[in-house]
Design a protein around this ligand. Structure first.
Ligand code: S3P
Length: 171
């Protein structure tokens, strides 16, 4: 197995727990963790909301792909959580698979809504009907998520530790 295949990649819709699970997993496995949104914010000096507002979503998507390309060239293992929209681009799905083992945290739209109804940091959900938007986006993305996943975890009713245990037992 090459070093690259030892990366653990967490994918899933906004609010599915990628960042929290990534941090707990990092502690348990003693592996460094990275979050692509946070890296983009660090590289640009702007928040994701500012990038969407000033550069636009297309530019943000280009930044995601460039970052994944550079991650896929590295050869030391990490836990990497990626933005909810990353797997939508087919090129990103290839890169995600190349980066390592892809784990999809699957949740229902109602769970997303409950968790994010007061959140203001997800530009795509700052709209009149956030639940309808969540349902539509999830519907549009589900195939992409499932296509690139090596492991799917139905995360709605699970605690962070439950999810981490499942991942630990699978790797
Ligand atoms: C997005 C998800 C966000 C962030 C951006 C767009 C999406 O990341 O990348 O707001 O398209 O689903 P999280 O999934 O970490 O919230």
């Amino acid at each position: 197995m090459s070093e690259q295949t030892k990366n653990i990649i967490l994918i899933g819709f906004m609010g599915c727990g990628k960042t929290t699970v990534g941090l707990r997993l990092s502690y348990r496995l003693r592996m460094p963790v990275e979050d692509t949104d946070k890296l983009i914010e660090k590289n640009t000096g702007k928040s994701i909301s500012e990038i969407f507002a000033t550069d636009g979503e297309e530019q943000f998507r280009r930044m995601e792909t460039e970052l994944l390309e550079s991650i896929s060239r590295r050869n030391y293992p990490r836990i990497i959580s990626v933005g909810g929209g990353t797997p939508v681009n087919p090129q990103n799905r290839v890169l995600l698979k190349k980066c390592g083992k892809v784990i999809y945290l699957r949740i229902r739209p109602e769970t997303v809504f409950e968790r994010l109804k007061t959140d203001t940091t997800r530009p795509l959900l700052q709209c009149e009907e956030p639940l309808a938007k969540i349902k539509q986006l999830l519907d549009d993305r589900i195939e992409a998520y499932e296509e690139c996943a090596d492991l799917i975890i139905d995360a709605d009713e699970l605690s962070v530790d439950d999810i981490v245990n499942i991942i630990e037992n699978d790797i």
